[in-house]
Design a protein around this ligand. Structure first.
Ligand SMILES: [Zn+2]
Length: 228
């Protein structure tokens, strides 16, 4: 393997700046793979958002999910049977996630896309951080907190409105303007199927890629695990 890339100074380096470019052989090899690829796609999971202060709920004892069983509380049946209980948990999630900011890893993927070196990002995350960072070709396989919809009449409202309604309602359940039904976050809850169209787009991107960058995902969670 050539280590040439590791010694090349930055093109715009001014006096004294060239020395700051220290690239490990692994990183040089990665750069080489990306440059030589026909199509590069990134697959991201919870780990990419940890530096933004969002705990991975599969890691034990990290706050939000510590005292609840996500399979129980973030389940479609929980939403249907007891929206007050569902939203007492999920409302907090909306409030917390809405304030988080993307980190350097999200920004790096935006930069790669802007340079024409990345064809898209497929993410398991619902935190909107790839969108906020500016990724354009984005497939959120589990949906996102960007909006909620009404299972009764199909009405839809955005995150800002959801947060306002969460704060205004006595029982903490944001409701549909048209029919007053409890709104459901546009995320794939446990017990729900993924959108076939979203999954098809994710599959198309991954199958067309000759380099997959896997960031912050153990790749054990389906369906993303099945895209490899
Ligand atoms: Zn409705």
């Amino acid at each position: 393997m050539s280590a040439g890339a590791s010694t090349r100074p930055a093109p715009s380096a001014g006096e004294g700046e060239a020395a700051a470019l220290v690239v490990s052989p692994e990183l040089a090899r990665l750069a080489e793979l990306i440059r030589g690829a026909r199509s590069v796609v990134a697959l991201t999971g919870a780990g990419i958002s940890v530096p933004s202060g969002i705990p991975d709920f599969r890691t034990p004892r990290t706050g939000l999910w510590e005292n609840v069983n996500p399979m129980e509380v973030a389940h479609i049946d929980a939403f249907r049977e007891d929206p007050v209980r569902f939203w007492s948990f999920y409302g907090e999630r909306f409030a917390t996630l809405g304030e988080k900011q993307p980190n350097g890893a999200h920004a790096a993927l935006v930069e790669l896309e802007a340079r024409g070196l990345l064809d898209g990002v497929v993410t398991q995350n619902i935190d909107m951080l790839h969108r906020t960072a500016g990724t354009r070709e984005l497939v959120e396989v589990h949906g996102s907190i960007a909006s909620c919809s009404c299972p009764r009449c199909g009405g839809e409202i955005g995150l800002t409105d959801v947060r306002e309604r969460l704060a205004a309602e006595d029982d903490g359940v944001p409701r549909c303007t048209a029919c007053d039904g409890p709104l459901k976050p546009n995320v794939v809850l446990f017990g729900e199927l993924l959108s076939p169209a979203t999954l098809a787009r994710a599959r198309e991107l991954c199958e067309g890629a000759d380099v997959l960058l896997c960031v912050g995902s153990s790749l054990e969670v389906h369906p993303v695990a099945g895209l490899l």
